[in-house]
Design a protein around this ligand. Structure first.
Ligand code: SAM
Length: 276
């Protein structure tokens, strides 16, 4: 048997008596045109290793396998094991890992080699997973991820936009982030309440050190925690005007107008003052 011999996804779900569970954030993509498009946007193929979070019924998994890539799929809901074992048998290139994606060690899964992450993410753990991949010890080759549209906008937002905040600064300090596809709620089974979008992120070669990232987390929390206030007020406890001047920023500016480079300079100034 090969991939083309697998039953259509709806049939596979019915055969195994499976229904979506809300507690696992399950909204399935059963249209192979959409899953194939996501696999194309991920730019993976023969010889690549892909880590997929939450394969569920395996629609995106099938599209990724069709590219020739090897897929390591991490699924928390054990009910999908038999269905996914059929996909593994048909392709010969799928490894199924049953567990929580927040707890897995990606370096170990990829056996020390490079790996791309592609996922139609469960909404409840999407942001913590993104932060893990962007700031944790393991660096992905690329990330192609489906989020709620509102979260996708917050990742890719430019300074001055209402969606610009902590998530944009951390995502863009660590990666190049681009919104590459809008997906309407009706494309999912069952449809969620809101639309979604796919974001592609490629980690920067000059990713900030853990110390700089820690400093940025503190500074962005304070600055965007009071986003309507001027920096000299919101950053008062962290160094106030001298710190802001050391970073070459205007103390009267508001957080939403400070670009990623500005926050990096603030982080460096904050670290220099602590060690100096
Ligand atoms: N990839 C499938 C698709 O596109 O049709 C399913 C996507 S659905 C939005 C999210 C999937 O992630 C579900 O299969 C769910 O069981 C799984 N999941 C939820 N939380 C998880 C976690 N912490 N670790 C791994 N998988 C998880």
């Amino acid at each position: 048997m090969d991939l083309a011999d697998l039953p259509p996804l709806r049939e596979a779900l019915a055969e195994h008596g499976l229904m979506a569970k809300k507690s696992f954030g399950q909204h399935f993509l059963l249209d192979l045109n959409i899953t194939r498009k996501i696999a194309r946007l991920a730019q993976v193929g023969d010889g690549d290793t892909v880590i997929e979070v939450g394969p569920g019924p395996g629609g995106l998994t099938r599209a990724l396998l069709e590219t020739g890539a090897k897929v390591i799929a991490v699924e928390k809901d054990e009910r999908f094991r038999p269905l996914l074992e059929d996909v593994a048998a048909a392709s010969g290139r799928l490894t199924l890992v049953l567990g929580d994606a927040l707890a897995v060690d990606e370096a170990e899964l990829a056996r020390g080699g490079p790996a791309h992450v592609v996922s139609n993410l469960p909404y409840n753990v999407g942001t913590p997973l993104l932060i893990k991949w962007l700031t944790g010890p393991w660096t992905p080759a690329s990330l192609t991820l489906m989020f709620q549209k509102e979260v996708a906008d917050r990742i890719a937002a430019a300074p001055g936009a209402s969606a610009y905040g902590r998530l944009a600064v951390i995502a863009q300090a660590t990666s190049h982030a681009q919104l590459v596809m809008d997906v309407p709620a009706r494309a999912f089974t069952p449809p969620p309440k809101v639309d979604s979008a796919v974001v592609r992120l490629t980690p920067r070669a000059d990713r900030p050190s853990p110390e700089r990232l820690d400093a940025m987390q503190k500074l962005t929390a304070a600055a965007f925690g009071q986003r309507r206030k001027m920096l000299r007020a919101s950053l008062k406890a962290l160094g106030g005007e001298p710190l802001i001047a050391a970073a070459g920023l205007d103390p009267q500016a508001r957080a939403e107008t400070v670009d990623v480079a500005g926050f990096l300079r603030l982080a460096d100034a904050w670290l220099a003052r602590r060690t100096g």
